[in-house]
Design a binder for this molecule. Structure first.
Ligand code: NAI
Length: 511
């Protein structure tokens, strides 16, 4: 390795001291490295240092940092008067300027001429190809991506992205430096969206399709994904927080970079909201309404008072029907045990492999009095009840009343292959598998990326193993054949591991 990234007097140069550059300066200084920072806007670097001082003092007040450590970290930062000063001092320069390829290329070309030979040039770009940023450098082998997340001090993940010409020692050095900054580095190929923004193409777009198809209301999708699945934020809450303007442009950019790959397609209903200025929190109106900056919670649907006189649970999926029966017993329902339902019973089916309620009903049951219960995820707090076309509204309300009778939330949704939760989670897992298949990152780094970069409860591959790769494959195959769309085609990575009953982290035969 040409450069020793463990050297004690290591110097990090930071160019661009806005939201990201400031955070990078802070974690580098807290990691014991010296920092030389420059911003072209007069006073910007000084105010970044003030902000860092304020943030560190806040940690001292909370007892999370010693006063002398905070002072020492701030003392390690110097402000440069120009780029040559940064170039002369730094061992690694991290660029966090405006997200424009031509401007970044100019800067890297300048840095390439001014810096010592083994100085690493890193870009914090979130959407531009690292290889393109390095294209005008004479020594592109020392250029790489070092993608931090916002806010940097709180988000531990760093994606280290070697371009096509980057030398291995540069990637290795950047992972060491990331660790010195107390970050968790993951390594990924120079590919659109790297790891995290690539995985993120599943959640919101699939939720948007579900809403666009009239399957469920946005608030229902949010409740299902948080309360049953354990996501930290529902997709529509997330959209409102980030802003539809920003989210849709990231979606479109990624989709275009993958040459309109249907798996990543955004949905037109999202674009329409951007045109209408319904960005979310920042415009005071999005999928939710806001008053004085606070979200107005939509009222939960009132619980119907009606209850079914008796229920009959289809034995078609024994494991799932047993879960439904255990729940119904706790709810005090009268459960029939005959082979067929009595004429007035509420019939409950438990599709587990992506079948619609209608698909099961057509074979053996009466659509007027059959509902489907999602037993795939935790249904203690929230339950999804799916109804086929033709359901008797009184039966639907009685089922709703019964499933909510212990205070749990209930979402009554229209028929969908894979309800709401299984189809969204299967889509996330499938995209994680695609990333593994394309060797963009290792299975372990894909999982870390989802957990630390997106706050998902599990990484896509470990989640697939928990739920069962064969189950995920069945859901996707059902979605693919139902909609006849390549969007849902299962990744080769998933198919082979499901067929062979192998963990999803298993590498390909040749590695
Ligand atoms: P920002 O607008 O807060 O800060 C950019 C700073 O760079 C400004 O202070 C500006 O004066 C300075 N600057 C612009 N051109 C310059 C130049 N040629 N030389 C020196 N200084 C220059 O932007 P932010 O959000 O910090 O983003 C910076 C980079 O980080 C972008 O590439 C962005 O895509 C990336 N990024 C942003 C994330 C975010 O959530 N904001 C997350 C991850 C990456």
């Amino acid at each position: 390795m040409a450069l020793d990234p463990n050297r004690e007097d290591f110097v990090i140069g930071v160019i661009g001291t806005g939201a990201m550059g400031r955070g990078i300066m802070q974690v580098a200084a807290q990691g014991g490295m010296r920092v030389v920072a420059y911003d072209e806007k007069a006073g910007a670097a000084e105010s970044a240092v003030q902000e860092i001082r304020r943030a560190l003092n806040g940690l001292v007040e909370k007892g999370r940092l010693e006063k002398n450590e905070a002072d020492a970290a701030v003392a390690r930062i110097t402000i440069a008067e120009g780029i040559p000063q940064v170039a002369a001092a730094a061992d690694v320069i991290i660029e966090a300027i405006i997200e424009r390829l031509d401007v970044k290329q100019n800067l890297f070309e300048t840095l390439d001429d001014l810096t010592k030979e083994d100085c690493i040039l890193a870009s914090n770009t979130s959407s531009l190809p690292v290889t393109a940023i390095a294209a005008r450098c004479k020594r592109p082998e020392r250029v790489a991506g070092m993608h931090f997340f916002n806010p940097v001090p709180l988000m531990k993940l760093v994606e280290v992205v070697p371009g096509l010409k980057t030398s291995p020692w540069v990637t290795e050095a950047l992972t060491v430096i990331a660790r010195r900054m107390t970050r968790v580095p993951v390594v990924c190929k120079d590919s659109p969206g790297f790891i995290v923004n690539h995985i993120g193409r599943a959640y919101v777009p699939e939720a948007a399709r579900i809403v666009a198809e009239g399957i469920a209301e946005p608030a229902d999708v949010d409740r299902i994904m948080t309360e049953a699945v354990g996501m930290r934020m529902g997709p529509f809450t997330l959209l409102d927080l980030i802003g539809a303007d920003v989210s849709v442009s990231v979606m479109e950019s990624l989709w275009n970079q993958f040459y309109c790959e249907p798996m990543y397609a955004p949905h037109p209903i999202l674009k329409a909201r951007v045109s209408g200025g319904l960005y979310g929190r920042k415009t005071g109106a999005g999928w939710y309404a806001y008053e004085d900056g606070k979200r107005v919670e939509p009222p939960r649907p009132e619980l119907p008072t009606a209850r079914p006189s008796s229920v009959w649970v289809s034995p078609r999926h024994p494991g799932e029907s047993a879960k439904a029966i255990a729940l119904l017993q706790r709810l005090g329902a009268t459960i029939e045990d005959g082979d067929r339902p009595s004429p007035n019973a509420l019939c409950i089916v438990t599709p587990t492999s992506g079948d619609c309620a209608s698909e099961i009903v057509q074979q053996e049951l009466d659509p007027k009095r059959t509902v489907a219960l999602d037993t795939s995820f935790n249904f203690e707090k929230h339950r999804t009840v799916m109804v086929p076309p033709g359901i008797d509204p009184a039966v639907r309300d009685a089922a709703h009343g019964l499933f909510g009778s212990d205070g749990a939330g209930v979402s009554v949704i229209n028929d969908s292959p894979g309800f709401v939760a299984p189809r969204i989670v299967a889509h996330i897992i499938n995209i994680g598998c695609q990333i593994a298949q394309q060797k963009i990152a290792s299975p372990a780094d894909i999982d870390l990326g989802a957990k630390l970069g997106l706050s998902y409860p599990f990484g896509p591959l470990e989640w697939g193993d928990q739920l069962g790769a064969s189950w995920v494959l069945e859901i996707l195959e059902e979605l693919e054949s139902f909609y006849n769309e390549p969007r849902y085609r299962p990744s080769p990575w998933l198919k082979r591991r499901a067929w062979l009953n192998l963990p999803l982290a298993t590498p390909d035969g040749r590695g």
